[in-house]
Design a protein around this ligand. Structure first.
Ligand SMILES: [Zn+2]
Length: 233
């Protein structure tokens, strides 16, 4: 399996690692800073720097049975198992994902409705809400998001077991998204005083790093569902 360095420190841009498996189109490392597609956040891109200094372009990252798979062109030569490489992120793209992803937590707090889906992107992101009778206002949500950004609130994570969660029903009640059951450890993300939910993604350290944002549009996705689209302002 692959050690997931990004879970503890989302600001790591590169790491040294050893190839534990390689087959056409993918390389699996013993440790990585590359986030795999999941939780609405796209997998990372970047390069693997080989011992001769050449670079292998990584076009995506996904979870695989053997660990985290760094995806590459199927026709390129692959490093052999045991090769030491440097895994380096396309940091500009990842940092945009971190800012957007963190903003999605603020959006969960700004809209007091259940979440039915979402997708994060470097330029725009969206969350689908089951709004019921609740009416969403584009300007009001934009104002609230920017107020939370300006407060420069800290984000932090901690790990909790399913048993600890079961013993703390009040904690579960305060979460904007319900945690998965039956697993081992759950990673809780908190925006101080604003949002608490299970989340494995990568986030910025403080809401001020998100920068100014805006609700681009609110789409009608059925009787009860509304899609809120966010862009950087
Ligand atoms: Zn998150």
């Amino acid at each position: 399996m692959t050690e997931e360095l990004f879970r503890e420190d989302s600001y790591l841009r590169e790491c040294s690692a050893t190839v534990i498996a390689a087959e056409p189109g993918k390389v699996i490392l013993d440790r990585t800073v590359f986030y795999p597609t999941g939780g609405g956040q796209p997998g990372d891109q970047g390069v693997l720097i080989l011992p001769d200094g050449s670079e292998l372009a990584i076009i995506g990252t996904v979870k695989d049975d053997a660990g985290i798979a760094h995806l590459c062109d199927e026709n390129v030569a692959l490093p052999a198992t045991g090769t030491m490489v440097t895994a380096r992120l396309d940091w500009d793209r990842r940092y945009l994902h971190m800012r957007m992803h963190s903003c999605m937590h603020l959006l969960c707090a700004a809209v007091p409705c259940g979440v039915t889906g979402g997708q994060i992107g470097a330029e725009k992101s969206r969350i689908d809400f089951d709004t019921g009778e609740h009416v969403l206002d584009k300007e009001q949500i934009t104002t609230e998001l920017n107020r939370l950004v300006e407060e420069d609130l800290p984000l932090s994570h901690r790990w909790i077991t399913s048993d600890e969660l079961d013993a703390n029903p009040d904690l579960v009640r305060t979460m904007s998204v319900q945690p998965p059951r039956g697993g081992g450890r759950i990673r809780l993300m908190e925006v101080e005083g604003v949002d608490l939910q299970p989340c494995g993604g990568t986030h910025v350290a403080r809401t001020g790093e998100i920068g100014k944002v805006a609700v681009a549009k609110i789409e009608n996705k059925g009787k009860r569902n509304r899609r809120v689209n966010i862009v950087f302002a």
